[in-house]
Write a protein that binds this ligand. Structure first.
Ligand SMILES: Nc1ncnc2c1ncn2[C@@H]1O[C@H](COP(=O)(O)OP(=O)(O)OP(=O)(O)O)[C@@H](O)[C@H]1O
Ligand SMILES: [Mg+2]
Length: 474
């Protein structure tokens, strides 16, 4: 078929259609089969061809090869005269080689008295890119763990992501369209609420901490960043806020602070105890010694001097015992010399003698080989505290200490048959023993369970994983 570079293929009756075609702001063309036979000005501008070049093209010259296979292609033959085809998406190549995504609407028309197709082109490149970006944004908002909340310029909620539902405990459909102030009854930390809102409105920014009480009553801490967003004319359209639940972080910070405080207090108490012992025992004995020595100096005869000296020997040996006890308390050197099992046996004997209850230390299986120093010290300190607690609080008849080592771990069970106590009673200030046990064991990667109830005795069970040598024979 010969091509005509003319727009006069329309009949008289189609004058309106011709005008609508030629003056349309969207690219349009008429094709017979796959050949373009007429084209409007908008198409020439959009695709960059002259009219002569354009009407020499077929639809295949315009269609980029990677056009989606299933979608309607304007090159498809028309089914019947006068039928409007469904819109189809395609990719077209412009004269300069650039690709555009288009939505093509084809209508059956009569041109030069013959059936033809009128294709109207909508360039959807930017729309498709915006769709992709919107889908990407939806995905980010759905997966992000921060609560992302937007509001319009009047602080009416306009979006509320999945994390906002989880953190604030309210569903999007319950809160959208409501005023922020009504939904998020937050308290600001370090700044007055009115002041924070004024600052946000004035500067378009806010960063600070808030507290919020959820519907289920749980208070949470939120770190919030809010920024205003604007349209292309610079008019404020609303606010975007990103909120992070920092409740756990704050608890952890608080726990560290209170632990540090308690460690410092414990250190101070320990110093005071040592100072007192040094003063009350060692210094007292040395004073006695001084006085006794002076008495010996002043002795009238050898017999009197010898009597004084033997009295002093008893004082010196008491002082020596006191110093030894103190140094054992500071660092159980017996551990270094004898190993854990024997050190515990000695400790048990000492506590038993001093308190009048039986302390039964036994190891399951063969004798324990040496464990890493940190593990031995930890287990020794745990037993020391447990025995001190038994003597202070439990009035037991028997305390049993069992150490059991398997290839992978060491297990220590200390059980008394004393008064017992309510373990769920929260730890109060000045009671550091059980907390110290937990902290020490956690530091060597182990775990602790404490079971007790009034009248039923107390069992402390410690397990420390151990990746050392297999137990060797003693
Ligand atoms: N074996 C036990 N039998 C009965 N009650 C116990 C026993 N162990 C601990 N308790 C109770 O648990 C509380 C906490 O013990 P914890 O060792 O933490 O503190 P404390 O012994 O009171 O003080 P600290 O150990 O700091 O000198 C004790 O005050 C006591 O009431
Ligand atoms: Mg204690």
């Amino acid at each position: 078929m010969t091509k005509e570079v003319a727009e006069n293929g329309w009949s008289e009756a189609q004058a309106d259609l011709r005008r609508a075609f030629e003056e349309n702001g969207h690219p349009m063309w008429v094709r017979e089969g796959r050949d373009v036979v007429a084209v409007n000005r908008a198409a020439l501008l959009h695709y960059g061809y002259s009219r002569g070049e354009f009407v020499a093209l077929t639809i295949d010259d315009l269609t980029a090869t990677e056009a989606p296979a299933k979608e309607h292609s304007p090159g498809q033959p028309l089914a019947s005269h006068g039928v409007e085809y469904p819109p189809g998406f395609s990719k077209h190549r412009r004269r300069d080689g650039s690709l555009i995504e288009v939505e093509v609407t084809s209508s059956a028309v009569t041109y030069h008295g013959r059936p033809a197709s009128l294709d109207s082109i909508l360039d959807v490149t930017y729309r498709r890119q915006a769709d992709v970006q919107a889908r990407y944004l939806d995905l980010v908002l759905a997966t992000i763990t921060d609560a992302v909340v937007t509001s319009d310029e009047n602080l009416i909620l306009t979006s509320w992501n999945t994390a906002a539902e989880a953190i604030f405990g309210r569903r999007a459909d319950e809160v959208l369209g409501q005023p922020v102030a009504l939904v998020l009854r937050t308290n600001f930390l370090d700044v007055e609420r009115a002041e924070a809102i004024r600052k946000l409105v004035d500067t378009g920014r806010f960063h600070g901490e808030l507290t919020y009480r959820r519907g289920d009553g749980r208070p949470i801490h939120i770190e919030s960043r809010v920024v205003a967003h604007f349209d292309s004319d610079g008019k404020r359209r609303g606010y975007l806020s990103v909120n992070r639940d920092i409740t756990e972080r704050n608890y952890a910070d608080e726990a560290i602070r209170s632990l540090l405080k308690e460690v410092l207090t414990a250190q101070e108490l320990e110093r005071r105890r040592i100072a007192r012992e040094l003063h009350d025992e060692t210094a007292q004995t040395l004073t006695t010694l001084l006085v006794g020595l002076r008495a010996i100096e002043d002795a009238k005869d050898l017999h009197q001097a010898l009597g004084g000296a033997s009295g002093l020997r008893a004082s010196v040996s008491a002082a020596l015992e006191g110093v030894k006890r103190m140094s054992r308390g500071l660092r159980p050197s017996v551990l270094d010399d004898l190993g854990l099992q024997e050190a515990l046996e000695r400790l048990g004997l000492e506590v038993s003698r001093a308190n009048g209850f039986i302390v039964d230390v036994h190891a399951a299986g063969s004798r324990l080989p040496r464990l890493p120093e940190a593990v031995e010290t930890t287990l020794y300190r745990v037993v020391q505290e447990a025995l001190t607690n038994a003597s202070k609080h439990a009035s037991p008849k028997v305390v049993s200490v069992l150490i059991h080592r398997t290839p992978g771990e060491v297990r220590l069970v200390i059980e008394d048959d004393g008064k017992g106590f309510d373990v769920s009673d929260t730890h109060s200030e000045g009671q550091l023993g059980l907390m110290g046990i937990r902290e020490r064991v956690h530091l060597v990667g182990g775990s602790v369970t404490i079971e007790s109830s009034c009248g039923q005795g107390t069992t402390i069970c410690v397990t420390v994983p151990f990746a050392g040598r297999e137990p060797s024979s003693p």
